[in-house]
Design a protein around this ligand. Structure first.
Ligand code: ZN
Length: 183
């Protein structure tokens, strides 16, 4: 079932989400939520979706960067962003460590700020410890665009939105951003 994505201004986006227990993760309630969040992410479409974005203040996010999303992006842009396809996976109760300073600057958007983009400095490399959808501990080392996705989604679980970190003078409608790129 495709869920409604809440928009900026909803207090759930500013709350620190609560962690899930192993029992909860294995429950049909959370397993169904994961299925629904995956469907919602595909429908958007987006490369990540955090539970607060569908109104649930839980430390859970789904991520997938499909190669079909890259078809309209030039090889050079994919390369400078370090963007490669990332298979579907779930991160639960994540702890993130930045392995490089947050100095990598690219535009990003958010499904909860529909129609806008801004340049956001992010770390090139991160390490994440989390549980997966089977409640198994996972250690992820990521770089490039995948590292950016992880930083963006884990921010959501801590009540942060990219506008807190953006270079505010770059804040732009999607339309103006695209016009600039093409121009
Ligand atoms: Zn977002």
């Amino acid at each position: 079932m495709v869920l409604k994505v809440v928009q900026v201004g909803d207090p759930v986006l500013r709350a620190k989400a609560r962690p899930l227990t192993v029992e909860e993760i294995r429950s049909s309630k959370i397993q169904t939520l994961i299925v629904d969040m995956r469907e919602t992410m595909y429908a958007a479409p987006g490369v990540g979706l955090a539970a607060p974005q569908i109104g649930q203040s839980l430390q859970l996010a789904v991520i997938e960067d499909k190669s079909e999303y890259h078809q309209k992006i030039s090889a050079a842009d994919l390369k400078t962003r370090g963007r490669k396809s990332v298979p579907f996976h779930v991160i639960i109760n994540p702890q993130i460590e930045l392995l490089t300073p947050p100095q990598n600057i690219f535009y990003e958007g958010c499904l909860s700020l529909a129609g806008f983009m801004a340049a956001v400095p992010r770390a090139e490399k991160v390490r994440v410890h989390c549980l997966d959808q089977d409640a198994k501990p996972q250690a992820i080392e990521a770089c490039g665009w995948y590292a950016r996705i992880l930083q963006h989604e884990i921010d959501h679980l801590n009540g942060r939105i990219y506008i807190d970190r953006m270079q505010s003078e770059t804040f732009s409608t999607l339309e103006n951003y695209q016009a600039q790129i093409k121009g």
